[in-house]
Design a protein around this ligand. Sequence first.
Ligand SMILES: Cc1cc2nc3c(=O)[nH]c(=O)nc-3n(C[C@H](O)[C@H](O)[C@H](O)COP(=O)(O)OP(=O)(O)OC[C@H]3O[C@@H](n4cnc5c(N)ncnc54)[C@H](O)[C@@H]3O)c2cc1C
Length: 425
Amino acid sequence: MGSGSWDWDWDWDWDWGATMTGRVRIVIAGGSFGGLTTAYELRRHLGPDRAEITLIAKDDRFAFVPSFPWVALGRRSLEQISFGLAGPLAAKHVAFAHETVTGIDTGAKVVLTDHAEHPYDFLVVATGHRSANDAVEGLGPFDGPGHSPMSAPETEELAGAVRRLLSDPGPVVVGAAPGASCIGPVYELAFGLDHLLRRRALRHKVPITVLTPEPFLGHMGMGGAGKIRQLLEGALEERDIAYRTSVAITAITDDAVETEGERSTPSVCSIVIPPLAGVRAVATSPGLTNPKGFVPVDDHYRHQTADNVYAVGVAVALPPAGETAVPVNFPKTGHMTEQMAGIAATDLAARVEGRQGPTAELSARCVLDMGDRGAYMSVDPVRPPRDRIPTVSEGRRWLLAKQAFERAYLYHARRGRKMPTTLGW
Ligand SMILES: Cc1cc2nc3c(=O)[nH]c(=O)nc-3n(C[C@H](O)[C@H](O)[C@H](O)COP(=O)(O)OP(=O)(O)OC[C@H]3O[C@@H](n4cnc5c(N)ncnc54)[C@H](O)[C@@H]3O)c2cc1C
């Protein structure tokens, strides 16, 4: 990586109104919703003459993660929902380093990787999560019988488990571990499996049970959203999907899921969403994260003490919406991640010009695939109490909207454009 002509001596008592001269070196760690959106937004604000932008990611492809449940159910391949990062980034004059971050030295302002050192004037951390699979004994997928859709390799493994289930049917548990924050896929996978098994006339051989740490269905770590609880209760009941709430999954074996203080639930295919933590390289970088490895930020998504460091997406520390009998953490959806990236990029670019960017409360729009139809939810802001009564709607049109959004998102993202998020997710 070249160093550009940046020679400005950083003044931590920020001198608002002073425009930075020269080329700013910006490093973005992570190439998914957070990292890619930040790169595109920064380039929209700052031309190549103003900023040298380098994006580092350990995966050289962008994958549309919300479609992982469709990959697991055999409705998409990973190839169909992903594209290589190098081409679109080069077209935006963003250098791409296909490397793994191993540490961040905020004092020396350098990102260390398995191949190089990347000095920065500003850093954006968008490295997402590490699945804390060790929180539940037996939650593999590669060293235990449990399955999970939290990464591309895990999702492919899950797709294999679903194929085996179709040829050798038996009871299924779909659930989330205590402390999970990504609950939507639990419902999507339960509804999706139900739909798939009905189409194959196998549903009568597969009892499905949803086990969730949520105090009620549809809590989703954000205290619920309007009528989503009633919608989910009705939809699971009419499909003969059993469910239990406030459940703490403790272990997964080859033929059951164990829960605290209860009998075990038979299951030959156990899909359990783990609690999340920050990726190790970030979590072990001194002074950067909270004990879980997430980055504490202010309203501009700047680090609370090292304010030339930003964080967006799942890497950010967000407190839970409230106490629950079994812990459930605050969601960090793709839609929220894009809003964080927009706020951080606008602020960073404004600071280069000696100004400060605006902030905004996060809202969330989300479409839940229910197999034969979809449920649309809109909350504003995400954290209650809310200014607006949440919108919840159900119908086949939402499923079609979710499918269209996926295609439109991939189309725009591989052409270097941020997707307008008026609908979708
Ligand atoms: C199964 C599933 C379904 C979902 N469905 C929806 C949905 O319907 N709607 C919605 O809004 N959200 C959904 N989400 C949430 C959404 O996918 C996340 O909010 C989003 O992926 C977060 O983006 P991110 O950029 O913060 O992190 P990630 O997507 O996790 O990306 C992390 C990036 O960092 C890189 N990285 C990680 N570690 C390193 C390292 N050490 N060095 C270099 N690079 C590194 C990775 O290669 C990757 O590019 C879903 C999530 C899952 C798991």
